[in-house]
Write a protein that binds this ligand. Structure first.
Ligand code: 5AD
Ligand code: SF4
Length: 452
């Protein structure tokens, strides 16, 4: 930990309330929850709705420029909102990937920030807070492999769906991506720790667990019998936990889709029929420039094999439009790939040059107007397919896991096995799993009729 000792203008006392604001990916949501648990463990309470917290943690995302710039506008807003009668300000901690990548810049640009903590160091927040209260500005962007999880308090209370980080970091070095720099090298958490944490999540109320990793399907470890296993082995053993009804995993890389994992989709009942497998582009020339090390054809073959194992699987992906050098022909190949797959849902982004990545200095950067136009056409194709997928689900019966109350009286919101939002009426509770027929499809959700 490095400490920059600059006295602040306004004195602070030990924080009694906190607010954690997470941006970006599901890993950040998980990290944000773990930070909340850590702070609660220190006797700091969540700030009541509408009240200013004594400690604000901004858990940031660095994946695209817009996400990173948001940090500075957020800091400005917190300071404006937080000016109190006694002249004190909340302690502001910047966490997450912007903290990792731009820690020094944040400290220089935003004097109100008292702590900068990277994604592998947030277990040391309590110590940092103590130093911040003493008047220091503290930066910790060390990357101790796996120390964090052991140092965090045990998880006690969770909702019906919980995240479990099994793997972090990335060794793939796609030429547009900051993750290998902000999250570091691929590490897998040990098998025994994960089985134990999953048991605790189920005891604390989880019925569904989503296994998280930047390259989750690169997870490997040694099981209780001393055998080397991949993610499929972990999934099979997690499926044996009583009370756990559903398993999902995200995000995967096509090159780490092993035969075993594909087979698990046909064999493990608790593994939900959903696969998020980013492809980014349908053009082999662009995929090569992206250093994706797969082709459009190898990706499509992979999906065919998954579909053979699990014909009803819902497919999801990530797309980038306007990567440097992307021509109209390259883009047409992406649209052709989308047409061939028929995604149930997908995420799409305009290419954003990230400092320090190889693509940021490539020739032939694409203009904003061209990107806007391509993104619009790409999203039209994806929306069409999402709509078709939802329409094709009508008349199907499936289990729906209730996640929360809906906006209307007596309304509940849950998820189908294919990760569709389903709402319905009745006298139920969060965590219930109901058998329902899907009877109506809107643009973003379906209506279910409970049949058992
Ligand atoms: N510009 C635009 N999109 C990006 N992604 C990652 N890096 C960039 C970037 N520089 C997208 C990819 C990835 C998802 C998480 O974010 O599609 O799969
Ligand atoms: Fe980024 Fe590529 Fe790694 Fe995904 S696989 S985190 S896009 S470098």
């Amino acid at each position: 930990m490095s400490a920059i000792s600059t006295p602040r203008t306004s004195p602070v006392s030990a924080p009694r309330t906190y607010r954690v604001k997470s941006f970006g990916c599901q890993m950040n949501v998980y990290d944000g929850q773990r930070m909340e648990e850590l702070l609660a463990h220190q006797g700091i309470a969540p700030a009541p709705e509408g009240e200013q917290a004594d400690l604000v943690v901004l858990n940031t995302c660095h994946i695209r420029e817009k996400a990173a710039e948001k940090v500075y506008s957020d800091i400005g807003r917190i300071i404006k909102d937080a000016r109190r009668e006694d002249g004190t300000q909340p302690l502001i901690a910047v966490a997450g990937c912007v903290a990792q990548a731009e820690g020094e810049e944040i400290m220089a640009r935003a004097p109100a920030v008292t702590m900068v903590v990277g994604p592998q160091a947030y277990h040391r927040l309590p110590e940092m807070i103590a130093r911040a209260v003493d008047g220091e500005r503290v930066t910790d962007t060390d990357m101790p492999a796996d120390a964090k999880f052991a140092a965090l308090p045990k998880r006690r209370s969770v909702g019906p769906t919980a995240f479990l980080t099994v793997q972090e970091g990335c060794d793939k070095f796609c030429t547009y991506c900051v993750v290998p720099y902000t999250r570091g090298a691929e590490i897998s958490r040990p098998y025994a720790d994960l089985i134990a944490e999953a048991h605790r999540l189920v005891e604390a109320g989880a019925r569904e667990i989503t296994l998280l990793g930047q390259n989750v399907n690169a997870w490997d470890g040694e099981n209780g019998k001393g055998q080397k296993v991949g993610l499929d082995g972990l999934i099979r053993d997690l499926a044996a936990i009583d009370g756990l009804a559903r398993i999902r995993y995200t995000t995967s890389h096509p090159n780490d889709m092993t035969d075993g994992l594909i087979a698990a989709h046909g064999e493990v009942e608790k593994l939900m029929p959903f696969l998020h497998l980013p492809v980014q582009s349908g053009s082999n020339a662009i995929l090569k420039a992206m250093n994706r090390s797969h082709t459009a054809e190898s990706y499509l073959r992979l999906l065919e094999r998954v579909r053979e194992m699990r014909p009803d699987i819902a497919l999801s992906g990530d797309f980038i439009v306007g990567f440097p050098g992307e021509s109209e022909e390259h883009f047409a190949e992406t649209i052709a790939l989308i047409d061939a797959v028929g995604y149930a849902q997908a995420f799409s982004f305009k290419y954003s040059p990230r400092p320090g990545t190889p693509a940021a200095t490539m020739d032939d950067q694409i203009t904003g107007e061209v990107m806007d136009d391509r993104l619009q056409r790409l999203q039209a194709a994806l929306n069409r397919d999402q709509h078709a997928f939802n329409q094709a689900s009508l008349g199907r019966s499936c289990d729906v896991l209730i996640e929360r109350k809906g906006k209307l009286p007596g309304q509940w919101l849950g998820k189908s096995p294919w990760l569709q939002s389903v709402h319905f009426q009745g006298d139920y509770g969060v965590g219930d799993i109901l058998r329902a027929e899907l009877v109506q499809a809107g643009p973003n959700s379906l209506t279910g009729r409970v049949i058992a």
